[in-house]
Design a protein around this ligand. Structure first.
Ligand SMILES: *Cc1c(COP(=O)(O)O)cnc(C)c1O
Length: 370
């Protein structure tokens, strides 16, 4: 469709030039930083970076000291938001080894995102190699226990040009941030606010890709949720404003009294890797999982009648968050007495055990980084 990136397939293999930081953080300082981890405020010492231009394709792959990007004020991403990202985690196993969870799925999704945003697709092998290099060089930053190292691969349009067109140059980078256990005192169910004024994605739009612009457009709705005393926002479909789509950054599941699960179908929602993994685990256990539209009205009715037993949100950051309460301009309702339910918590444990290598990996989901 008029966007071609000739050199992409030529650069199947890139050798990363590794330049460890000249001023490493001392073990004492690192331990202090790892003490009080929230989400996304503490960073490791290195980053991976790869450049793209039309003459050279992907080139200049490096692992180096984490540092500022020098960006000209006319850099395309600053004006037209041609940007995509990913999120995945590295987990420290009890034997000291390191697991990545389904990095190939992130690499594939990143490629799909690049395609939708008319950006140069980075070869999946280069994406995975960049992630692994950062994990290896910053392995001392992976917290033990229930903590993990959150990896953030991203790509920006770096051409200096104010015309509106796909950029001819890109920067791909991977940074890393140690994160603590999401739930400090057991799983606290979240309350969610149904956004009736704002939508997240329409058919033909960018809802199914991980681009920063989706998040920028969701912040007003998220602020509305906070104003109403809720933790998170949940969006309805843009056409009829009846069907549940997903939260700002998490997919959603419903658990029924016959033991079955349902989750909104793919299309305008982000195809979560956690969502996909939960569907696989539940189906293997003999649970019926339907990918089908579900209305807010039906959710309210089923919660009242007892047909709906549990609801939960899922994504890489929190894995599974039970939903305890749903609030909207048309009234609130409580799910499972506002408590975490056994199905959500059981699936959560199953998934987390695989991620930390405490349960066998029968799906080829784990990549051992040594
Ligand atoms: C990243 C993301 C998710 C969750 O995807 P995972 O692969 O499970 O982390 C869900 N919804 C949105 C909008 C997202 O950006």
């Amino acid at each position: 469709m008029g966007v071609s990136f000739d050199k992409v397939d030529g650069s199947i293999w890139l050798k990363f030039d590794i330049a460890p930081t000249a001023n490493p953080v001392s073990a004492t300082d690192r331990a202090a930083k790892l003490e009080n981890l929230g989400f996304g405020r503490v960073f490791t010492e290195h980053m991976a970076i790869v450049h793209y231009n039309q003459a050279q394709g992907w080139h200049g792959a490096k692992v180096e000291s984490r540092a500022n990007f020098p960006l000209d004020p006319a850099t395309a991403v600053l004006h037209y938001a041609q940007e995509i990202f990913e999120g995945l985690k590295a987990y420290k196993r009890d034997d000291g080894g390191i697991n990545l969870f389904r990095p190939d799925a992130n690499a594939r999704r990143f490629k799909n995102s690049a395609d939708r945003m008319a950006m140069a697709p980075i070869p999946e092998a280069v994406f995975i190699e960049a992630v692994e290099q950062v994990v290896r060089i910053d392995r001392d930053w992976i917290p033990g226990g229930e903590g993990s190292l959150y990896l953030r691969p991203f790509m920006i349009a770096s051409e200096i040009f104010l015309g509106v067109k796909p950029s001819a140059e890109y920067i791909f980078a991977v940074i890393a941030s140690p994160v603590g256990s999401y739930f400090k005192r057991g799983p606290a169910p979240v309350s969610i606010w149904v956004s009736e004024n704002y939508t997240r994605a329409a058919v033909g739009g960018t809802g199914a890709v991980k681009c920063g612009g989706n998040y920028a457009a969701s912040l007003r709705a998220q602020a509305e949720a906070i104003d109403h005393g809720c933790d998170q926002v949940v969006f309805l479909d843009a056409l009829e404003r009846r069907y549940i789509e997903e939260l700002g950054g998490m997919n959603v599941f419903f658990v029924f009294d016959d033991g079955s699960l349902s989750t909104p179908p793919l299309g305008t929602i982000l195809p979560g890797i956690t969502r996909d993994s939960i569907i696989a685990l539940a189906r293997e256990a003999g649970t019926e999982v339907r990918e089908e539209p579900y209305t807010l009205a039906q959710w309210r009715t089923d919660a009242a009648s007892g047909k709906l037993k549990e609801a939960f949100a899922c994504g890489t950051a929190a894995v599974i968050s039970p939903i305890g309460k749903v609030c909207s301009a048309h009234g609130d309702f409580v799910i499972n007495g506002g408590e975490a339910g056994p199905v959500a918590m059981g699936l959560r444990k199953q998934l987390v055990d695989i991620q930390y290598g405490r349960a066998p990996d029968t799906h080829g989901w784990i990549r051992n980084v040594g």
